[in-house]
Design a protein around this ligand. Structure first.
Ligand code: ING
Length: 320
């Protein structure tokens, strides 16, 4: 019996700093209703989908920073989103800034949750790869202070049984690192959901700017194909507070082919009816991890003894 999941990449255009949580939640609810009309089971929202991408600014005052964080999920402003999703019978994935107490310490994470059609939170992820810098760097046209404002995610990469499949999550910069997809695939993930805020201009490497959309597609299509998984990547795009960000939201099949994509850089849905068995032929042949992978070979085995020839430890490969 074929298994299908109809998924919406629920792209957002800019969120102004002045936009309240309730105003943003109204936009998210409009997406949920349209996704339901289009027959979706699941809607995927971008990274930090409740506020403007605040790491673009340096704030000296912690209280100003913390105003962008959620101290409970759902909270009063986000409960209408959960209620509407449950009423519609739709699940969703939501990126947000999480402020929490752990072992008596205040922690701040760039997080995402997976919410089933019942309205229950069935998965949570905290961003591992934090890009950018932690000190204020006035030379930049805009800041990218994720390393200053967030702790490194402490859940690692995990897979959640939901929507009749196994779903992994990651966030934005995570999508650029092949280990992200592989560690989820090794746990049996059939689909990876991710949101992103990606400025067109990367101050330390302006020569990469023209390739921003190409790199965006490259990393998600590669991740999908090399692991026989569906990848759903959802942007917050457009010119947000004077900083242009790429859009390019897309749904990529395990073949690596993009089967649905947004055309605008505003609020837009891209929808695909995903065959959850589409990855099987890749995982059974080309990317049969059990048959073809050689984990012992991937260790970094070179070490230098002072100056001179690297010492490379030679392994006797385990008997096949
Ligand atoms: N944003 C960017 C991303 O990885 C970035 C950071 C931009 C990295 C351009 C490299 C080049 O898509 C976030 N939020 O991670």
């Amino acid at each position: 019996m074929p298994r299908h999941l109809t998924v919406a990449a629920a792209q957002l255009g800019p969120i102004a700093r002045a936009e309240t949580r309730s105003q943003v939640v109204e936009r998210l609810i409009a997406h949920l209703r349209e996704a339901k009309r289009m027959g979706c089971d699941l809607a995927v929202f971008p990274e930090l989908a409740l506020t403007t991408f605040f790491p673009r600014w340096y704030f000296a005052d912690q209280a100003e920073i913390d105003a962008f964080f959620e101290v409970e999920m759902p909270g009063s402003a986000t409960r209408p989103l959960f209620d509407e999703a449950r009423r519609l019978g739709l699940g969703f994935c939501l990126g947000y800034a999480e402020l929490t107490q752990e072992e008596g310490k205040t922690k701040r994470f760039n997080s995402a949750i997976l919410v089933e059609k019942s309205g229950e939170i069935v998965g949570k992820y905290r961003k591992v790869h934090l890009p950018g810098h932690d000190a204020h760097e006035p030379w930049r046209r805009f800041q990218h202070l994720e390393k200053r404002y967030f702790d490194v995610g402490n859940y690692g990469f995990r897979v959640f049984s939901a929507f009749g499949t196994k779903i992994g999550m990651c966030i934005c910069n995570d999508r650029r690192w092949p280990e992200t997809y592989r560690s989820l695939a090794l746990q049996g993930a059939e689909m990876v959901l991710l949101g992103y805020n990606t400025p067109v201009h990367n101050p330390p490497a302006p020569d990469h700017d023209d390739l921003a959309l190409f790199h965006n597609a490259l990393v998600m299509q590669s991740g999908a194909y090399q692991n026989g998984m569906w990848v759903v990547g959802v942007a917050k795009g457009g010119d947000e507070e004077g900083v242009p960000a790429i859009a390019g939201s897309m749904i990529v099949a395990p073949s690596g082919v993009t089967v649905a994509a947004c055309r605008s850089d505003g609020d837009e849905l891209a929808v695909a009816r995903c065959d959850l068995d589409a990855g099987a032929s890749y995982r059974r042949t080309t990317f049969n991890f059990e048959r073809h992978r050689q984990p012992w070979a991937y260790e970094l085995v070179t070490q230098r003894k002072g100056i001179g020839e690297p010492v490379v430890k030679v392994y006797d490969p385990p008997k096949a």
